[in-house]
Ligand binder design. Structure first.
Ligand SMILES: Cc1ncc(COP(=O)(O)O)c(C=O)c1O
Ligand SMILES: N[C@@H](CCOP(=O)(O)O)C(=O)O
Length: 462
């Protein structure tokens, strides 16, 4: 399998190359040259374990970069760390409505599903090559702790993780800043998540620094993150009758990585009816997919802070497909967007996108009401991000005969204040995290400034 850049001019790479490269050198994102076809094999995967389906899904993407036996071992190790035998269990919440619980990993968010594997991939490949990298990441709260948990203590990796100062929940911040391993470096940036992500991309585009620091990525910039996230779309669809019938998904969305993984699964042949993009009031994706208006505004703080994002990195991967996989057209569109903050999506492009996607923006009252109603109707306490997904599912519900699966992306205990305000219940952390509020924290604070960040990282790697 070869991977090409959405901007058309970076060299094509194999799996090992994209794993370590992160952002392409032309500023684009790597995507596979072709999508492997799984349609004819799905029926034979019914009844297999999560791990076995993960192996089947990942094998064609990995190519010669790992032996099949090594891939199998890494998958078994990654999902052995989960707190549920099914890894990502489905729970019925309505007549034909389901929640896909993605928060049974070590840091209680869906990011663990990909990150537990990514950490093992980094360790295996870097140990074999005898190399070290500096992972530079941006987080609105969950990617950071999942990456830190997966990479802490690895001699081959230094982690520099940026979060927006004061804009993540206290649990999320402490999950990152109380990890005191020598290779972990947290930085609170005076700005938004978009500012953090822009800093990451700016430093990757400073090629001399990028090479000197040997930058690598753990955000969904990294293709390995996306492919690992395709697996639960397949396992959940199979348990509800695919490939004999199609299913729909509602996905709480910010950086567009998770729902893009669903789109990839669909492109590979999974029968998916609708993919519902559910945003909070940071609604750029809803405006883009409903009215062709992909234009940024000011990031609004919400009770689902991990989705307080305006510039959704992976939307570029979808645009690349919508532009007929033309790297020059995608590069021109993204450069224009970077300068003006706007991109108008024309009729054909929009029609094509709408063949797969619906989009719904959910406000704060609706999010709270959905948390309360879910508790009343099902007895389940859901986190605010999952509530955005459930509200999106209800609003976009099409054919009632098609099962609707909402992705539950975080455990409610990560957002205790918002959950208690909406439901009256204060969800507790698992016993292994009981002392989180008293652990020592360590992090630096920096302005939103690429030079300051470059100097900070240079000092770390010196
Ligand atoms: C809990 C939670 N839900 C939803 C999302 C949105 O996912 P994505 O950024 O892949 O769209 C995030 C952040 O990524 C998150 O942390
Ligand atoms: N919500 C995310 C934002 C980063 O997304 P990623 O999927 O690109 O890592 C977070 O929790 O950090």
């Amino acid at each position: 399998m070869r991977y090409i850049s959405t901007r058309g001019s970076a060299p094509a790479l194999d799996f090992e190359g994209v794993l370590l490269a992160g952002l392409a050198r032309d500023g684009g994102l790597y995507v596979p040259e072709t999508y492997p076809d799984i349609a004819g094999r799905l029926a034979g995967w019914r009844g297999l374990s999560y791990q076995a389906i993960a192996y089947e899904m990942l094998l064609p993407f990995v190519g010669d970069s790992l032996t099949p036996a090594t891939l199998g071992d890494l998958i078994d190790g990654a999902y052995g760390s989960f707190n549920h035998a099914a890894v990502c269990p489905l729970v019925q919440v309505g007549a034909n409505d389901f929640l896909l619980e993605l928060f049974h990993g070590p840091t209680l968010a869906f990011k663990d599903v990909a990150m537990q594997l990514l950490g093992r991939l980094f360790n295996t490949v870097l140990t074999r090559r005898g190399e070290q990298v500096t992972v530079l990441g941006a987080t609105s709260g969950d990617t950071g702790s999942a990456a830190i948990e997966a990479l802490r203590g690895l001699p081959s990796v230094k982690v520099v993780m940026l979060h927006p100062k004061g804009r993540v929940s206290e649990v999320q911040r402490r999950q990152m800043t109380t990890v005191l391993d020598d290779n972990i470096h947290n930085v609170a940036i005076e700005g938004t998540f978009d500012d953090c992500q822009a800093l990451v991309k700016t430093l990757f585009n400073r090629l001399e620094f990028r090479d000197r620091a040997r930058l690598s990525a753990v955000n969904s910039i990294n293709w390995a993150r996306i492919v690992a996230q395709t697996v639960y779309y397949v396992t959940s669809a199979l348990s509800l009758g695919a490939p004999d019938r199609a299913v729909s998904f509602s996905v709480p969305t910010g950086n567009f990585g998770d729902i893009y993984a669903g789109y990839v699964a669909k492109r590979m042949g999974l029968p998916v009816d609708r993919l519902v993009v559910a945003t909070n009031r940071n609604d750029i994706l809803a405006r883009a997919l409903n009215a062709g208006d992909y234009s940024t505004g000011t990031v609004q703080p919400t009770i689902s802070p991990s989705m307080d994002i305006q510039v959704s990195s992976n939307f570029e991967r979808l645009l690349f497909d919508l532009f007929g996989r033309d790297g020059a057209v995608t590069a021109a569109a993204m450069t224009g967007f970077q300068h003006s903050g706007r991109l108008a999506l024309g009729g054909n492009i929009l029609d094509e996108a709408r063949r797969s996607f619906d989009a719904v923006a959910v406000d704060e009252d609706m999010t709270r009401e959905t948390m309360a109603a879910t508790l009343r109707q099902t007895g389940l306490v859901v986190d605010p991000h999952s509530a955005v997904g459930l509200a999106g599912a209800a609003r976009a519900r099409g054919d009632a005969a098609v099962p609707m699966i909402t992705l539950a992306t975080a455990h409610p205990a990560k957002f205790p204040a918002a959950v208690e305000a909406a439901t009256g219940i204060s969800p507790g952390l698992p016993p292994r995290m009981a002392d989180l509020y008293t652990r020592q924290e360590r992090y630096a604070v920096l302005p939103h400034d690429a030079d300051a960040l470059e100097a900070h990282i240079s000092a770390i790697i010196a």
